[in-house]
Design a protein around this ligand. Structure first.
Ligand code: ADP
Ligand code: ASP
Ligand code: MG
Length: 468
């Protein structure tokens, strides 16, 4: 059994959705049983929905109606372009209309209340997938396939961490099997909404921005599937973001651990949580291009066979480096623990940590949006030490970025770091801070944001990744 997820650009127009239906038909024929299909919202739709909710909360009563009209227009057109059966198209248009009525009513109440809770935002955000899944299933039926829309709220059970909910695996497994297996056995393609789930009480949640990939691997784990295929708009996982490094190459193969590092450090091609549900079970993932289905794509598995030294270079932008410094920290146990507990209290996650051996400072990197609350919490924690002068200051530098160099081949191989530093030095790029994970899969560097693109290109070239 195959679970296949199609991203926003792969369902971006009616024509693209018809293409998805063709791919599903072909896979069903080759594999001998229908795939489970997971879809994202049409590209840009989730952003529009969130804008509608936010502007409504801010007291703007026009924008959400405009968004509604634009969405209706776009989905109407898509239906015209991929659903040839007139009767089916008419009932689908009516369904889209009533879902958008619901959106408008919801935004109207957000406007009246002047408040948008994370729970309300999740209810609004998930509408795009509910629309695209219905259209995709109808497009499949128009091509003579058997298909049925399945709302993930029926099968993916999550906690109530709205905006970034986590699945409860036991309940999800039970519901997924009960709902999807009979369809597949009956030759019907389930078309499941990505991105969303619901709490035990049935309240809709989302799994985080860009998380339809994660929805697919959750279902892959629960069924279980033999493989999970992520269909996107590039040929696979590449050695770098092709928008920054035009010479980036597609990797034929990469390990779970490596791709986890790449996606955590900014490779948008997979949501950072995608790997986790399937890696434990050894279920392979393939990343493939819906615009170029002949290409075999990238296979992600446990296999590390003949790995090149470096697999990829990624970057995360809009970060700050926060430094806690002072001579009074020297040899005092517990300072680091208190720093990180304070950061945790502010609800922020840390992307990278370094401490100089003199123990006179601790640096860590967080997203700039979180910096003010982090600095405030740490200053509060060390109020006394700051007064006494044991800690000189807590300060932050904005406009920095992390470059991550990832590859299992780095393991135990000397000289990698010096080649990375050399490549940056040649371009006169200053390295603000360095960290290497104990896995040795990842070397992370902090540089000024203005240097990040050139830095990524320089390292990419240094390791000959344009020629693999
Ligand atoms: P989808 O809508 O299918 O989920 P995304 O836009 O989320 O697609 O992710 C695919 C995009 O990720 C590609 O178009 C590419 O620009 C970007 N990208 C960034 N880094 C990488 C990488 N290392 N390999 C492949 N694509 C990458
Ligand atoms: N549509 C959702 C988003 O834009 C999920 C996804 O595309 O994976 O965040
Ligand atoms: Mg994506």
């Amino acid at each position: 059994m195959i679970v296949m997820k199609f991203g926003g650009t792969s369902v971006g127009t009616g024509e693209r959705i018809a293409n998805v239906a063709r791919i599903a038909a072909q896979v069903a024929q080759e594999v001998g049983s229908p795939p489970v299909v997971v879809v994202s919202a049409m590209s840009g739709v989730t952003d529009s929905l969130r804008r509608a909710a936010r502007t409504a909360a801010a007291g703007d009563r026009e924008t959400f109606s405009i968004v509604r009209d634009e969405l209706e227009q776009r989905h109407r057109q898509a239906i015209q372009d991929c659903v040839s059966d007139g009767e089916l198209a008419r009932s689908l248009q009516a369904e889209v209309h009533s879902l958008l009525d619901w959106l408008e009513t919801l935004c109207q109440s957000i406007y009246t209340l002047g408040e948008l809770t994370p729970r309300g935002m999740d209810a609004v955000s998930g509408l795009g997938e509910r629309l695209s899944a219905r259209i995709t299933a109808a497009a499949m039926k128009s091509q003579g396939l058997k298909a049925q829309t399945v709302e993930a709220t029926e099968i993916i059970v999550t906690d109530d961490n709205f905006g970034r909910a986590s699945p409860l695996l036991e309940e999800t497994t039970r519901k997924t099997k009960a709902r999807l297996l009979p369809l597949v056995e009956g030759g019907i393609i389930p078309v499941v909404t990505g991105f969303i789930g619901a709490t035990v009480d049935g309240v809709p949640t989302t799994l985080g921005r860009g998380s339809s990939d994660y929805s697919a691997t959750i279902l892959g784990r629960c069924l279980p599937a033999d493989e999970v295929w992520i269909w996107t708009d590039v040929d696979g996982v590449m050695t770098a973001d092709p928008r920054i490094v035009p010479e980036a190459r597609t990797l034929p193969q990469i390990s779970y651990a490596e791709v986890a590092e790449l996606s955590f450090f900014g490779a948008k091609v997979l949501h950072p949580r995608t790997i986790q549900p399937v890696a434990e079970e050894g279920i392979p993932i393939r990343v493939r291009n819906s615009f170029n289905p002949e290409h075999p794509g990238t296979l992600i598995s446990n296999d590390l066979a003949d790995s090149p030294l470096i697999k990829g270079i990624t970057a995360i932008r809009d970060l700050s480096i926060v430094t806690v410094e002072g001579r009074g920290m020297l040899g005092v146990p517990g300072v680091a623990g208190r720093v990180f507990t304070a950061v945790a209290r502010s609800g922020t996650s840390i992307l990278m940590i370094t401490q100089s051996s003199s123990e006179q400072n601790i640096c860590f990197v967080v997203r700039t949006v979180d910096t003010p609350s982090v600095v405030q919490e740490v200053e509060r924690e060390f109020e006394l030490e700051l007064l006494r002068g044991d800690i000189d200051r807590v300060h932050s530098q904005d406009e920095v970025a992390i470059i991550a160099v990832v590859g299992a081949g780095m393991l135990g191989r000397p000289g990698i770091a010096s080649r990375v530093f050399g490549a940056l030095a040649d371009r006169e790029i200053n390295i603000i801070s360095i960290a290497q994970g104990s896995s040795e899969y990842n070397l992370s560097l902090v540089v000024a944001q203005r240097d990040v693109d050139e830095g990524v290109r320089a390292i990419h070239k240094q390791f000959g990744l344009d020629k693999i």
